[in-house]
Design a protein around this ligand. Structure first.
Ligand SMILES: Nc1ncnc2c1ncn2[C@@H]1O[C@H](COP(=O)(O)OP(=O)(O)OP(=O)(O)O)[C@@H](O)[C@H]1O
Length: 299
């Protein structure tokens, strides 16, 4: 495990559909076998994971920090570790686990724990949306709207998400955007504009199949409102072939400036962030050290 000896596990009990106390037992057992000194801390509320990770950086107390949760928890831990030499690990325990899935980390907890001790460290890109850190996929429009509703609703899991998405889909309208990147200035009508560092939102819903977290590039994805009968779009979305769909256009850029005709809800790594009508997005190359399974070849 890259000579890590002392490891802090930051556990968000509220990630995913239910609290799974057996996870802590498995972590302790695996660490004992590997002769790793482990500490487990539970998050006490939003933002706490960042404070814990920041303390590790300030006092150099651990060799690795592991986020045990979903993309929101991973984001909070990364905020504390950004630009430091301390690597982050992930044990995916959220509802979507987009970044973990992209990196080839198993969503089967025992396997994810084993891979932690058989990993390689990479320096992944992150990006900023209006100054806020994002690691995975962030977006404006319908997905932001759903994240805002989902956050308030407190329901977790694919079923709750799907129900809410269907009921809101009919009423949500496309918006107009002026987009400027280092490559071009364009205007688009969109239902969603997503900024993808990794390939997927989570649950293998691949918004940017060709994305890599190490290429210093963001994939900017414009989605039109898809008629409900176009099930082929859903197939493309989950099959990694969304680029073949006429409803989706994907550009690449390092820096993006967006002005909207009306304020829109947005989300960062699935977490609701309110509304805005002006967005500045910028890649931050190789800013986070992260441990991925040795067998992962493409990230
Ligand atoms: N003790 C706590 N009580 C309530 N909420 C918490 C606590 N600790 C962390 N949180 C919040 O829980 C939220 C959800 O976490 P997370 O994203 O990890 O799970 P998820 O939404 O189920 O997974 P995913 O994002 O992969 O779908 C985050 O916004 C985080 O700030």
């Amino acid at each position: 495990m890259n000579e890590s000896k002392k490891v802090l596990f930051i556990v968000n009990k509220y990630s995913g559909t239910e609290y799974r106390p057996e996870v802590e037992g498995r972590i302790i057992e695996a660490c004992e076998k590997q002769d790793i000194e482990c500490t487990i801390e539970f998050t006490q509320g939003p933002g706490h994971a960042t404070e814990l990770a920041q303390q590790v950086v300030d006092h150099k107390m651990y060799d690795m920090v592991v986020a045990v949760g979903g993309d929101g928890t991973v984001n909070e831990v990364a905020k504390g570790l950004l630009h430091s030499s301390i690597p982050m690990g992930i044990i995916p325990k959220g509802s979507g686990n987009g970044l973990a899935r992209h990196l080839g980390i198993s969503t089967k907890i025992p396997l994810a724990i084993n891979y932690l001790f058989n990993s390689q460290t990479i320096a992944m890109d992150t990006f900023k949306v209006n100054g806020k850190l994002s690691l995975n996929v962030s977006g404006i429009g319908f997905d932001g709207h759903i994240a805002n509703l989902f956050g308030k609703d407190k329901k977790r899991g694919l079923q709750g998400y799907a129900k809410l998405t269907i009921s809101e889909f009919i009423r949500f309208k496309e918006f107009e955007a002026e987009i400027t990147t280092e490559n071009a200035s364009i205007k688009r009508k969109a239902f969603i504009i997503a900024f993808a560092n990794s390939s997927q939102y989570g649950n293998n819903a691949r918004i940017a199949p060709a994305a890599s977290v190490c290429d210093e590039i963001l994939h900017v994805c414009y989605l039109q409102k898809v008629p409900a009968y176009r099930l082929d779009f859903v197939y493309n979305f989950f099959n990694g072939t969304i680029e073949q769909s006429s409803f989706c256009e994907i550009h690449t850029a390092k820096k993006v400036n967006i002005k909207l005709n009306t304020p829109m809800a947005f989300h960062i790594d699935g977490e609701p962030c309110g509304v805005d009508d002006h967005f500045q997005i910028e890649i931050v190359p190789h800013s986070l050290r992260i441990n991925v399974p040795k067998h992962s070849l493409k990230f």
